[in-house]
Design a protein around this ligand. Structure first.
Ligand code: IMP
Length: 432
């Protein structure tokens, strides 16, 4: 039974969760393979809204088993909080949620390390402050990384923390650069006591999730992989260094869950009808046109504020150069266009079809952020529409101009548009 991946083709927040939700009862397992609690998503259960950042969005579906794969970095208090929130709403995950024993653990010193690095005057990325980058650094560095399975071995965990924490305290001092007096050193025993407490709550969920997934595929189960962040934030192929620290493209599935690529047959690329980005980094089609400009209007109507950090998202026109690039890397079979309703009321809309860089025109995306910084967008302007789209349920309910916009997005990206979303509700969806 082939697997499906739902992946964002921009800089994150493309409303991937709604697509997972629309796949409905069509799957048995939902898997996260990258990132951590930096991936904010809003889930509505029985009219109650939850802001999840670590558990997959598919976790709320009845009869679905959820997996947090080895490629995810886990902050145990967040895991416990999100599971508890859902339990309070009547969703019991004690049997259905599994956590890889190979996933790396985020400790308080990771967050402090990130805070100090991001508060310097140079080298800022604009991260979410969740300790994601420092934890992945420790994972690939190997000397200091601690995995979920190690939390379950008390003596071993204490020994590891006695080795790691003094080094981290020295590192913080160096980072604090003259302000070290304000730092409170971390205590290995205190962290060990706290994390051994978390471990008892985590224990029933912890398992070898790669084996679990291999067995699931063998048993013909339907598996869906939820990519976190967006493809332009992928650590290898995104706008480095303004990226996250994991492989958000479907290429991350093999490493981040242990499921070989040959098991993934359908890749659904999710895009917004425009573009958004949080944090620093180049963004050629950004609408930086002031408090009365189109950018602010889209931000307000689209509620473009980060779920994790509350930061206003940067917004801009749809960039087909960028999406063609990520669609190719992702191996997307189709795209779904989200938040089309947000563009209502604009007399004309722009679609970026190419870039000018140093006087030359290109339709290729320079994945090097420093080259992208110099790119100027080349736009095609097409007429907008004034109608409210939120009640549209089929393509013919849309004004001709909105249909033309969607057609043009599909043409420019070179992929069929399979879904158009015109509002947050499940019903506000057009299946093309
Ligand atoms: P980090 O993942 O916290 O290290 O942040 C690195 C960059 O990725 C920053 O620009 C963040 O704003 C961005 N980022 C991380 N997670 C998300 C997400 O889920 N949506 C959008 N941007 C994200």
């Amino acid at each position: 039974m082939p697997g499906t991946c739902v992946v964002g083709l921009q800089w994150g927040d493309e409303a991937k969760g709604k697509i997972v939700d629309l796949l409905g009862d069509g799957f048995d397992y939902v898997v996260r393979y990258n990132g951590g609690a930096n991936a904010g998503h809003t889930v509505v259960v029985h009219g109650k809204t939850f802001k999840l950042s670590l558990l997959p969005t598919g976790v709320i579906r009845p009869n679905v088993r959820s997996v947090i794969g080895n490629g995810v970095v886990v902050y145990p208090p967040r895991f416990i909080e999100e599971v508890g929130q859902l339990r309070a709403a009547g969703i019991d995950l004690s049997e259905s949620l599994k956590l890889s024993d190979h996933a790396h653990v985020i400790f308080p010193y990771h967050m402090e390390e990130e805070r100090l690095a991001e508060s310097g005057s140079e080298g800022k990325i604009g991260t979410t402050g969740r300790g994601i980058g420092p934890c992945y650094q420790d994972k690939v560095g190997r000397r200091f990384g601690i995995r979920v399975g190690e939390l379950l071995r008390p003596d071993h965990l204490r020994e590891r923390l006695r080795f790691v924490v003094p080094f981290k305290n020295r590192l913080m001092k160096a980072f604090a650069n003259g302000h070290a007096d304000a730092l409170v050193p971390f205590e290995p025993e205190a962290i060990a006591d706290q994390y051994l407490g978390f471990a008892e709550t985590l224990r029933p969920h912890v398992t070898d999730t790669s084996r679990l997934l291999h067995d699931a595929f063998k048993a013909g189960k339907r598996v869906i992989f939820e990519a976190a962040q967006g493809s332009l934030l992928d650590v290898d192929h995104g706008t480095y260094p303004y990226v996250t620290s994991s492989s958000s493209l479907p290429s991350g599935i093999w490493g981040g869950s242990g499921v070989p690529a040959k098991n993934i047959q359908r890749i659904i690329g999710v895009v917004k009808a425009y573009t958004s980005r949080v944090g620093k980094g180049p963004f050629p089609t950004e609408l930086d046109d002031g408090p009365t400009g189109i950018g602010e209007r889209i931000r307000k109507i689209g509620r473009e504020y980060g779920t994790v950090t509350g930061r206003p998202r940067r917004v801009g026109w749809f960039d087909s150069v960028a999406v063609r690039y990520t669609a190719a890397l992702a191996g997307a079979d189709e795209i779904t266009v989200m938040l089309l309703d947000v563009l209502s009321g604009l007399p004309e809309l722009k679609l970026c079809t190419a870039y000018d860089i140093d006087g030359e025109r290109t339709t290729h995306f320079p994945s090097d952020a420093f080259d992208l910084e110099r790119c100027r967008p080349v736009y095609e302007t097409i007429p907008g529409w004034s109608e409210d789209l939120t009640a549209a349920r089929k393509l013919t309910d849309l004004p001709a101009t909105a249909r033309r916009y969607i057609d043009r997005v599909g043409e420019l990206v070179g992929l069929p548009v399979s879904v158009v979303s015109v509002g947050p509700d499940r019903a506000q969806t057009i299946l093309v």
